[in-house]
Write a protein that binds this ligand. Structure first.
Ligand code: NAP
Length: 449
């Protein structure tokens, strides 16, 4: 397995996050490779780590001052063995090829776990929507789609949102696609309700992550009721994680953005959450303002250079990292253990460094890896595609029931695969193995393509 990692490092130097994602999967699937020599003969691993297609393009646009700006756009079409490429678009200044390849690679296995027919992809741009006017965001999205439209389609590649891409951006992207193709199709998910969106799609990743945590706790005959929870982020995933935690009787006590974090010992209740949602979604402000409105809460500035994030250093029962990759260092992981946290459920993608995951597993925590725990979002995106194809819309209750069923099924699939390959209770191995086997079997059926 180290030969594959070596190959990836030599071929894709500098793509640190991609190497990390490949390393994690390779460590889990060793026993599967040992039991299935035909996988090796078919060069399955070599094929899996090479995207089927990478699209890289210039995105020129004009800002409000009349100046020309140039960003870089990407779409990674990683693997289509079990369905059209599916995965979000991220607009953030940190976006580069390595980050998008890690996300696309994770997405392949995540989508395989959902039970729905979706391949894996990811895309985005180094464009920073923060501080831009609506018109600037619109002009950027239109220019981005002016190239992307020729590569995507409802049966080819169906992008969605991710960091920096919410309902506003999906609207502008969809409008331009429709104009260029003269077609009204389900080419993007995360659309608004009035024109093809699905109920529960905005809530799905956060709700799904909490459903997954509830399933993990049930294996120890526990529930979320009364549990104190650390949540990072204050975007889409974090907001609906907090909402579902409140529904199930838990108490979220933290939230954050890239500038800093808030600790509210009394708990972020429904009124405070409504304030936070308005602050982030409508006024597009910073979480610091939370402490101006609720002075009993405390705020600390983020220090990106520091080895520990104080958000993870409070007494609690559960942790829901829901901001970004590598936000839990090894020291943070140890702090979580020392503070009595027994459940870590990843709403974000790859939020924990590998040494941190080792600490969770050594300490027998209930650790739900992102590719299983946050699969609720892409699952409801899959349900949005189904509704678009059928040209009908399911009720809120129907979509939520399906989401709960899918999260239950992912949880069971992970546990069964972990047990079958000799690491009972290890959700990370279970998720990697189950996703891997499903994709690989499809690849073998379809020949060398
Ligand atoms: P979002 O709505 O844009 O929110 C992202 C949140 O994370 C914001 O609070 C943001 O702070 C914070 N953040 C972003 N980059 C950061 C950094 N480098 N350091 C510290 N904080 C940072 O995005 P989202 O959709 O909630 O996504 C959050 C995570 O969930 C990502 O890992 C994403 O890949 C994953 N995920 C999302 C979905 C989905 O359906 N949306 C599905 C599966 C997984 P600022 O406000 O300062 O930017």
């Amino acid at each position: 397995m180290s030969d594959i990692l070596q190959l990836v490092k030599e071929r894709d130097p500098g793509e640190r996050e991609f190497h990390q994602a490949v390393m994690e999967v390779m460590a889990s699937i060793q026993p599967v490779m040992d039991r299935n020599p035909e996988y090796r003969a078919a060069k399955i691993l070599e094929r899996l780590v090479e995207p089927e297609r990478v699209i890289l393009f210039r995105v020129p646009w004009v800002d409000d001052q009349g100046e020309v700006q140039v960003n870089r756009g990407y779409r990674i079409e990683m693997n289509s063995a079990i369905g059209p490429y599916k995965g979000g678009l991220r607009f953030h200044p940190s976006v580069n090829l390595g980050i998008l390849k890690f996300l696309a690679f994770e997405q392949v296995f995540k989508n395989a776990l959902t039970t729905l027919p979706m391949g894996g992809g990811k895309g985005g741009s180094d464009f920073n929507p923060k501080g831009k006017s609506d018109m600037e965001v619109m002009r950027f999205c239109q220019s981005f789609m002016a190239e992307l439209f020729r590569h995507i389609g409802p049966d080819t590649d169906v992008p969605a949102g991710d960091i920096g891409v919410g309902a506003r951006e999906i609207g502008y992207l969809f409008g331009m696609y429709k104009k260029l193709k003269n077609e009204f199709t389900g080419v993007l998910t995360g659309k608004s309700l009035g024109w093809g969106g699905s109920l529960i799609r905005p809530e799905a990743t956060g709700y799904g992550s909490v459903y997954f945590a509830a399933e993990m706790l049930a294996t120890r005959s526990e529930t979320l009721d009364g549990k104190t929870c650390l949540v990072s982020g204050s975007g889409n995933v974090a907001q609906y994680t907090m909402e579902k935690l409140l529904d199930l009787g838990a108490k979220p006590v933290t939230c954050s953005d890239s500038s800093g974090y808030v600790y509210d010992e009394a708990g972020i209740d429904r009124d405070k959450l409504a304030f936070l949602m308005n602050l982030k979604n409508v006024r597009r402000g910073r979480v610091k303002e939370y402490t101006e409105k609720y002075p009993d809460a405390v705020y600390a500035e983020a220090d990106p250079e520091a080895e520990v994030n104080p958000l993870w250093n409070h007494r609690a029962d559960c942790a829901f990292p829901s901001a970004t990759q590598n936000e839990i260092s090894a020291k943070d992981a140890q702090n979580l253990v020392d503070n009595g946290v027994a459940v870590v459920c990843e709403g974000a993608n790859m939020p924990t460094v590998p040494e941190g995951i080792d600490i969770f597993i050594e300490n027998k925590m209930l650790y739900g890896p992102g590719k299983a725990a946050n699969a609720g979002g892409v699952s409801v995106s899959g349900l949005e595609m189904t509704q678009n194809s059928m040209r009908l819309a399911w009720t809120r209750e129907e979509v939520d029931n399906r989401l709960q069923m899918i999260m239950k099924s992912i949880h069971k699939t992970c546990l069964d695969a972990a047990e079958q390959y000799g690491t009972p209770g290890n959700y990370m191995n279970g998720a990697n193995i189950a996703g891997f086997v499903k994709v690989v079997e499809a690849m073998l059926d379809q020949g060398v393509v």
